[in-house]
Design a protein around this ligand. Sequence first.
Ligand SMILES: Nc1ncnc2c1ncn2[C@@H]1O[C@H](COP(=O)(O)OP(=O)(O)O)[C@@H](O)[C@H]1O
Ligand SMILES: [Mg+2]
Length: 197
Amino acid sequence: MISATTIRLDMRRARNALSPFQQQNNAAQLLNRLQKNPRILRAKKIALSLTHDAEIDTLPFIHWCWENGKKVYLPVIHPFSPKHLLFLEYQRHTPLQLNRYRIAEPQLNVLTICPFSQLDIVFTPLVAFDKQGRRLGMGGGFYDRMLSPWLKNKTGPYPIGLAHDCQRIDTLPTNPWDVPQAEIFTPSAHYQFNNVS
Ligand SMILES: Nc1ncnc2c1ncn2[C@@H]1O[C@H](COP(=O)(O)OP(=O)(O)O)[C@@H](O)[C@H]1O
Ligand SMILES: [Mg+2]
């Protein structure tokens, strides 16, 4: 089996090869799927991340969330527990700053933190996914750590992966801590996995 490192390199290269036009199209098609989904329509508190390194653009969906009365939360690296994430509300005028991975995140503000368990849906960024909903991240394990209650007994926020179609592969190498996603949306498909009881 190909190593996770090789897959990360290949997949990041593939998504970086998408043209600005394809990126824009992909984001529009993704939004079109997301905005029709009953679970997403019902959700009140949604966590997702800002686009980084040619990931699929989440900004059109963020605008849709704002326009439809949903609260949007972005991950912030925990100041005292740097392997964990906090989720802070993101509104139109929330000041952002770059974290150590050069990803924009809200400035720390205790008033806008949402306890993880109160989020309805967590949309995870990913580098690759497979036929069974397994997810390969950037290698930090952040979402595996946050979603470990989901892996154990399907409690907590509902995990949905967002990706370009080109990020799908047959089978990913996995580790016991990797949290399979309940669903994955791409511009041209919606995968629902039977790993959800
Ligand atoms: N639930 C967890 N508890 C403790 N450590 C974890 C947990 N999930 C992941 N990790 C650690 O995070 C590191 C990166 O995880 P990995 O799955 O390779 O990254 P990613 O999911 O970002 O692709 C691993 O070394 C792993 O030990
Ligand atoms: Mg993992």
